[in-house]
Design a protein around this ligand. Structure first.
Ligand SMILES: CC(C)(COP(=O)(O)OP(=O)(O)OC[C@H]1O[C@@H](n2cnc3c(N)ncnc32)[C@H](O)[C@@H]1OP(=O)(O)O)[C@@H](O)C(=O)NCCC(=O)NCCS
Length: 188
């Protein structure tokens, strides 16, 4: 099965922002998905530094060779309710972050959250993005979020596929140059 998600506790516990989830990759290796923590700043900066320039660009829609201190504070110091972020770490080294996914509720549209995700180059195409996104969608629904909005490069076929998989419907709501706005309905 692709990117099998095996709850170590119960996904509903993770929905309450407590648990860890074991994800078995297509390669046969496993990673643990857990909530991000404020003390993940160094590991997150290192993880970002290991991404290829193209993966950084697809995540941030512009060249982004490094994360600033302000970026790291924003990305790790979250409330777990309106801003939820999960990291995947390897079994061998729990300090090695290989993927990050998050959603941030829109203040003026609380049923919608901005979604963003990145999987390290060496781990792409093994079902990890899918598993992380499914786990995030569960956490989002548990918090009353009904839609994920995502700003992506229009030629990013993987993120289109991913959002099709986790949502019941995917709409393109706008386009400017190479950037496209997507809206995924999370109805089960
Ligand atoms: C987009 C991304 C998160 C997907 O994660 P992943 O672990 O590589 O993807 P998965 O292996 O879980 O595959 C998810 C789906 O995308 C498809 N996919 C994966 N790579 C693909 C590619 N290069 N081209 C087309 N489809 C692709 C898979 O077939 C799968 O679809 P399926 O479920 O119908 O089989 C990852 O490629 C990534 O980090 N890209 C750079 C950052 C980025 O683009 N972020 C999105 C903007 S916020």
């Amino acid at each position: 099965m692709r990117g099998a998600v095996t709850p170590r506790t119960d996904v509903r516990v993770l929905g309450a922002y407590g648990g860890h989830v074991l994800v078995r990759l297509d390669s046969g290796s496993s990673v643990t998905v857990r909530p991000i923590r404020p003390d993940d700043k160094v590991a997150l900066a290192d993880s970002h530094g290991r991404l290829s320039a193209e993966t950084q660009r697809r995540r941030f829609l512009a060249p982004k060779p490094r994360l600033t201190s302000a970026d790291l504070r924003y990305l790790t110091e979250i409330d777990g309710l309106d801003h939820v972020a999960l990291v995947a770490v390897t079994e061998e080294d729990p300090e090695e972050i290989v993927a990050v996914g998050r959603f941030v509720r829109l203040p003026d549209s609380p049923g919608t959250a901005e979604f963003a995700i990145v999987v390290g180059d060496a781990y792409q195409g093994q079902g990890l993005g899918r598993a992380l996104a499914i786990t995030l969608a569960d956490a989002a629904r548990a918090r009353g979020v009904k839609r994920f909005a995502a700003t992506v490069l229009s030629d990013n076929h993987a993120i289109h596929r991913l959002l099709q998989t986790i949502g019941s419907r995917l709409d393109s709501t706008g386009r400017s140059g190479e950037v496209e706005e997507l809206l995924a309905d999370l109805a089960a």
